[in-house]
Design a protein. Structure first.
Length: 137
């Protein structure tokens, strides 16, 4: 079924000391909402992703995406990303947040790579109380 999204079970994996479920899916160009741009050219493209998640909670620990069927008129032959999530302590709570991303693309013999790490998260918040005067009547 080349015209519909397909999902697949890949098995079990280890990430950050956790047993994670590895899943894959592919979205064909007819079903895709992914648009890429390069120079004066823009195109809708197919893509596939790999997801690593905890089966009990559904918490996602990694998402890897790769673009398919890039038009030949574009400068790039390959585009992909990898986002890794991990537990982050903030204000006495644990949150599952992005800890690392890698964006890659290839144009001819040149590999472009942008790697980011996220740390020193801060939680911003405020508290307020609204009071109304007692009825004077």
């Amino acid at each position: 079924m080349k015209d519909s999204a397909n999902f697949g079970w890949l098995g079990w994996d280890q990430m950050q000391g956790q047993n994670v479920a590895a899943l894959a899916y592919r979205v064909p160009i007819k079903q895709s909402s992914m648009r890429i741009e390069g120079g004066d050219i823009a195109a809708m493209v197919a893509f596939h992703e790999l997801i690593s998640a905890l089966p009990d909670s559904g918490s996602v620990y990694r998402v890897t995406a790769e673009v398919e069927d890039i038009p030949q008129a574009m400068a790039f032959q390959r585009m992909g990303s990898d986002a890794e999530y991990g537990p982050v302590a903030m204000s006495g709570e644990i949150y599952l947040l992005p800890v690392k991303t890698i964006l890659c693309s290839t144009a001819g013999q040149i590999l472009f790579q942008n790697q980011s790490e996220f740390r020193d998260y801060k939680k911003f918040g405020s508290e307020s109380t609204i009071t109304f005067p007692k009825d004077q009547n």
